[in-house]
Design a protein around this ligand. Structure first.
Ligand SMILES: NC(=O)c1ccc[n+]([C@@H]2O[C@H](COP(=O)([O-])OP(=O)(O)OC[C@H]3O[C@@H](n4cnc5c(N)ncnc54)[C@H](O)[C@@H]3O)[C@@H](O)[C@H]2O)c1
Length: 379
């Protein structure tokens, strides 16, 4: 008994010491509270470290890579990291002229197939683009709900298990009619009225949850309408600003499915790539949010038509608003992207006339139009 007494005393002392250290840590934590809990839906504390936060030689899996955005992102990632470091995937064949490199079938509804591709190709980053967009989603809300929610669930689960960095875009459609429409900030009311918007709010929140709970390095951007000449748009409400350039060249006129003064945030495809690469490669310690607004310009159909007339003076526009007008009315007119500018130096490169000039120039080549059709004025 006498021999046990000192042991008991030493154990008590150890416990007391541990309790003291624990108390110190608790006091320290209280002194440095986490950032605003009010903004916790999209603002997260930084986890201490990411084991896969290596920008050198990432191995990138892109889902929905055959779409409008995937085409541009695959091209740029392949330029940066080499064609074999980027596994482009989709459920359909790649469009003509797709950037050279591996292209595989992958249905994002199938978690096993995602895991298999991740393991077989030593993937470290996933760029999850597979989605049903706004107008297509209102035509088939059940499919949009299923694909847009199951897709991100599967990608995040794979990321949790395989320790992947995930980029998955959100959209301006995550906002709704009760959101302040002008210069809309990152953190505000989000009550979308489209199925697409509902699923994208879910994506943002689920990504945030996986980051907080499992340290998954999730990053997202609320893209505005993306305008590019390389691949056709996939059924969104901002598609008019792609169609208008095609038809200005081929017909000299365009009938818009939105009203003339319907303003929406947009960006050139090159700016979409610039923003995406900027966020995906950003130093994680600089990121104060998981999801960021970015924008290039805010534009109405009337303003776009005026810009086109600088190059094609006879261009005519008429207006026949359809179901997409109600969708556009529920979205912001313009976005505040100051947080992206501050945290990872985001800055767009194209204004409206720059966008018009670039789209008309690129499409003129695609349609093989003669020089006398119209001339681009010098810069
Ligand atoms: N294009 C825009 O203006 C815009 C604006 C805001 C946000 N976004 C977002 O950017 C991402 C890419 O959009 P996009 O414009 O390239 O769309 P898109 O419609 O052009 O491409 C989506 C791709 O997903 C593929 N896909 C469909 N079902 C699939 C499945 N089960 N498994 C795997 N792939 C499947 C399609 O075949 C298609 O190639 C989406 O998340 C979208 O919400 C786009």
């Amino acid at each position: 008994m006498q021999r046990q007494l000192p042991k008991k005393n030493s154990r008590t002392t150890k416990l007391q010491k541990t309790a003291k250290i624990a108390k110190k840590i608790t006091l320290k934590t209280k002194k440095t509270p986490l950032k605003s809990t009010k903004r916790s839906l999209i603002t997260t504390p930084h986890p201490p470290e990411y084991t896969n936060a290596v920008n050198d030689n990432p191995r990138i899996l892109i889902t929905g890579a055959g779409g409008q955005v995937g085409f541009e992102i695959a091209k740029e990632f392949r330029k940066l990291y080499g064609k074999n470091s980027v596994i482009a995937t989709d459920v359909r064949q790649p469009p003509a002229g797709y950037p050279e490199g591996p292209f595989r079938y992958l249905d994002v509804m199938d978690l096993n197939e995602i895991n298999k591709l991740v393991v077989d190709n030593n993937i470290t980053w996933v760029c999850h683009l597979a989605s049903i967009l706004s107008a297509a989603g209102e035509k088939n809300p059940a499919l949009a709900l299923k694909l847009n929610t199951r897709g991100i669930e599967n990608v995040l689960e794979s990321a949790r298990v395989h320790n992947l960095r995930v980029f998955a875009p959100s959209t301006i459609a995550a906002f709704g009619p009760s959101t302040p429409p002008d210069n809309t900030p990152d953190s505000t009311i989000m009550q979308p009225t489209t199925m697409y918007g509902v699923t994208k709010v879910y994506l943002e929140l689920l990504g945030d949850y996986y980051k907080n709970k499992y340290n998954v390095d999730f990053r997202s951007i609320r893209y505005p309408g993306v305008i590019s000449s390389a691949a056709p748009p996939g059924g969104g409400t901002t598609d008019w600003l792609v169609d208008i350039y095609h038809q200005a060249l081929t017909k000299g006129s365009y009938t818009c499915f939105l009203k003339e003064d319907s303003a929406l945030p947009m960006m050139h495809g090159d700016d979409c790539v610039k923003a995406t690469i900027g966020l995906v490669t950003a130093d994680v310690s600089k990121l104060t949010q998981t999801t960021y607004n970015v924008t290039g310009l805010s534009v109405t159909p009337r303003q776009a038509a005026a810009s086109i007339r600088k190059y094609i003076p006879h261009f005519q526009i008429s207006y026949e608003p359809d179901f997409r007008q109600a969708i556009a009315d529920s979205w912001p007119n313009s976005l505040d992207d100051s947080m992206a500018r501050r945290d990872w130096n985001w800055e767009p490169s194209f204004d409206l006339d720059g966008l018009t000039r670039d789209m008309l120039g690129a499409l003129k080549v695609q349609y093989n139009l003669p020089d006398d059709k119209f001339k681009l004025p010098p810069m």
